[in-house]
Design a protein around this ligand. Structure first.
Ligand SMILES: Cc1cc2nc3c(=O)[nH]c(=O)nc-3n(C[C@H](O)[C@H](O)[C@H](O)COP(=O)(O)O)c2cc1C
Length: 223
């Protein structure tokens, strides 16, 4: 009986992986048809799907939410020229020369399609009073931009959250790498700024918001 249960679990797991691989191939083919041209092709073995143990979703969330982060809103324009955006904490500096950064985006996200379409995105790092803005951009709400102050970046037209961002980076889409249910989106920073260096950041840890503790006076001149 135990052997039968083991066998059923193995068959289920294998079927799941085969489906995932088929889905990856279809998505890559669609991206190629749309002339995205920047999606890294998925080879025979998608990331993390080898024959080994993995933790469950609850453990993954518990571990990852223990790492405190800042909070960003990634903004862009869709194929109708409408602003799109979502709250994002998976943000990382990649390279100084050339200036590259990455964001990780859920592959079901409407914003990912918009990023592909506009070939670019803006990362807005939220200031300490913008927890509500973070919640708005983390929701499936259609008119997220009705709730915030924003303006098109002069050089690219992409939306910048000028009232709530302590810094922003306007990126040209360079490469997209499919990784499980997310896409690693790499951008080259073509414009950006830190309008007020004394503005404190919004932080996120174990599903709670906080602001930077202590004084930031000595940081105002830091580079
Ligand atoms: C603090 C915080 C951080 C988040 N980080 C990410 C992230 O790094 N990548 C991502 O795809 N979604 C992230 N999300 C979830 C998205 O914001 C959420 O799924 C959003 O509804 C997606 O919007 P869209 O479907 O309109 O693109 C985060 C949410 C919160 C509250």
């Amino acid at each position: 009986m135990a052997q039968l249960i083991d066998l059923t679990a193995t068959v289920k797991e294998r079927t799941h992986r085969l489906r995932e691989r088929a889905r990856d191939r279809v998505l890559t083919a669609i991206a190629a048809r749309l002339d995205v041209g920047k999606v890294e092709s998925v080879d025979a073995q998608p990331l993390g799907t080898g024959d080994h143990r993995v933790v469950d979703a609850a453990t993954f969330r518990g571990v990852m939410s223990s790492f405190p982060s800042g909070v960003g809103v990634v903004t862009t324009l869709d194929d109708e020229g409408q602003p799109r955006g979502f709250t994002c904490s998976a943000i990382c500096s990649v390279s100084l020369d050339p200036p590259l950064m990455l964001v990780c985006v859920d592959r079901r996200s409407g914003s990912l399609r918009a990023i592909r379409h506009s070939n670019g995105f803006v990362v807005n790092f939220l200031g300490k009073d913008a927890a509500e803005v973070s919640q708005v951009f983390a929701s499936p709400e259609n008119d997220k931009f009705g709730a915030v102050e924003w303006q098109p970046n002069e050089s690219t037209g992409l939306p910048v959250l000028n009232a709530d961002a302590l810094a922003y980076a306007d990126c040209r889409l360079e490469r997209e790498i499919l990784a499980g249910d997310h896409a690693i989106v790499i951008g080259c920073i073509r414009d950006g700024g830190v309008p007020d260096p004394s503005h404190r950041p919004l932080l996120y840890w174990r599903r709670q918001y906080a602001s930077w503790p202590g004084s930031v006076d000595h940081l105002a001149n830091a580079s």
